[in-house]
Design a protein around this ligand. Structure first.
Ligand code: PLP
Length: 416
């Protein structure tokens, strides 16, 4: 097993849980004379009751007791009912080794989880290994720690283990601290790592003593016949920090995610959470906890399956529209998740075309360059989000895009 204290950043080592957060987590309902806390009187909150109508028509009532909880401060790692649901859920879904030694910290979404994790582990100059294209906000968060991003090559199946090994061998200055990875339906490429690569990457992390930050908001949007194991499922040494998010399934406005990792790690991460947000929204936590109470494990899995089937239909529809308009102009592969990653053929860089010409014609897509460490470097890629697309919009949008690409190719031809 890993030696936990040796990974913490200098800030994390100095930080301890604020006194009032500790007191709040330790306070018992049975304490008669509790005059300690900064809790406001819930009887004076203007909200009394609420109910949510589910898509099925069922009603999820929030009674006065739940409303009081939803509008009150809660423990740093989350309201106990939701922590229990998510711990049971993770144990069932991923069956991680040593589950009893793992902790769970609820966060204000995956982004806040990344912030807390990076600040817990990364000191200025520490090497953080990052796939060559990745979720662009990861680079911004990493920047706030002054960690050193070290880029690792990918192919259509995601991060290449052989290149990870080479890069690790070559990296000399700075402590090798962690690897960031989006295992399923990658943002921006939509690729999902194979089972074999996951094991190989995990084994390399063990050899080079790296922590693995597994950022997995698209877990439920895998369209293959089987879902792949989480890195957590392979984690015999306790070096994986898994980040889940409810954003893509229940709604990003909830701002709810959670970190599952060795308990020494989640305890320390909670000191960072307490220092920044105190805790994630109690209202969101109560709503999700009630939903999980209502659905149970099987019911929730069915909700996620139904959502994933709808996205799969959109994926198929959008790739058909791409075949109709972009064949010969772009290359792409069938993806998981909600993104189509188009490689424009014959153009070295499409950033200017996407930012100006496309926008002028009312087409908003994302240039591939923003997913690189250095966004000023050329990229022939475009990311399309098909989550809200209709057949009519796909048809029109790809028609416009094909016109623009043809014009751009003609311009390049004339300039040569
Ligand atoms: N990580 C990845 C890979 C993402 O794609 C996103 C959002 O798109 C996030 C994290 C942040 O998600 P949230 O903070 O809404 O959970």
């Amino acid at each position: 097993m890993v030696i936990h204290g040796s990974y913490f950043s200098a800030i994390a080592r100095r930080l301890t849980m604020p006194f009032l957060s500790r007191l709040r987590s330790a306070s018992k309902a049975s304490t008669v004379y509790n005059l300690s806390s900064g809790l406001p009187d819930p009887e004076l909150f203007p909200f009394k009751e609420a109910s949510f109508v589910l898509q099925s028509g069922e009603v999820l009532p929030l009674t006065q007791h739940l409303i009081e909880k939803a509008f009150q401060y809660s423990p740093t790692n989350g309201i106990p009912e939701l922590v229990k649901h998510l711990t049971d859920f993770t144990a069932k879904l991923f069956a991680p080794p040593h589950m009893s030694e793992r902790g769970l910290a609820i966060t204000a979404g995956g982004q806040a989880a990344l912030h807390a994790v990076l600040h817990t582990f990364v000191d200025p100059g520490d090497c953080v290994f990052v796939p060559e294209t990745t979720y662009s906000s990861f680079f911004s968060t990493l920047e706030t720690t002054e960690g050193k991003p070290v880029i690792v090559g990918k192919d259509r199946y995601g991060l290449r283990p052989d290149l990870l090994r080479d890069t690790l061998e070559r990296s000399s200055s700075g402590r090798r601290k962690l690897l960031y990875i989006i295992p399923n339906a990658d943002n921006p490429t939509g690729s999902t790592l194979t089972k074999e690569r996951r094991q190989e990457i995990y084994d390399i992390a063990c050899v080079y003593d790296l922590l693995i930050v597994e950022d997995d908001p698209y877990f439920f949007l895998q369209y293959g016949s089987q879902t792949h194991p989480s890195f957590l499922s392979l984690d015999t040494a306790g070096r994986v920090l898994r980040i889940d998010s409810f954003s893509k399934i229940l709604g990003p406005g909830l701002r709810l995610g959670y970190i599952t990792a060795d308990k020494h790690f989640t305890d320390k991460i909670c000191t960072l959470i307490a220092a920044v947000t105190i805790h994630a929204s109690s209202l969101s936590q109560v709503v999700v906890s009630e939903l999980l109470d209502r659905c149970g494990y099987e019911g929730f899995m069915k909700v996620t399956r139904d959502i994933s089937l709808k996205y799969l239909e959109k994926r198929d529809m959008v790739t058909q529209a791409a075949s109709k308009h972009l064949s010969g102009l772009c290359e792409w592969v069938e993806t998981d998740g909600m993104f189509l990653w188009l490689k424009v053929l014959g153009l070295e860089d499409v950033t200017e075309m996407v930012n100006h010409t496309c926008r002028e014609r009312n087409l908003l897509v994302v240039p591939g360059s923003i997913f690189q460490l250095d966004a000023t470097q050329p990229s022939p890629y475009i990311r399309i989000n098909f989550a809200m697309i209709t057949p009519e919009i796909a048809d029109k949008a790809f028609q416009i895009l094909s016109d623009i690409i043809r014009e751009e190719l003609r311009k390049e031809e004339l300039e040569r």
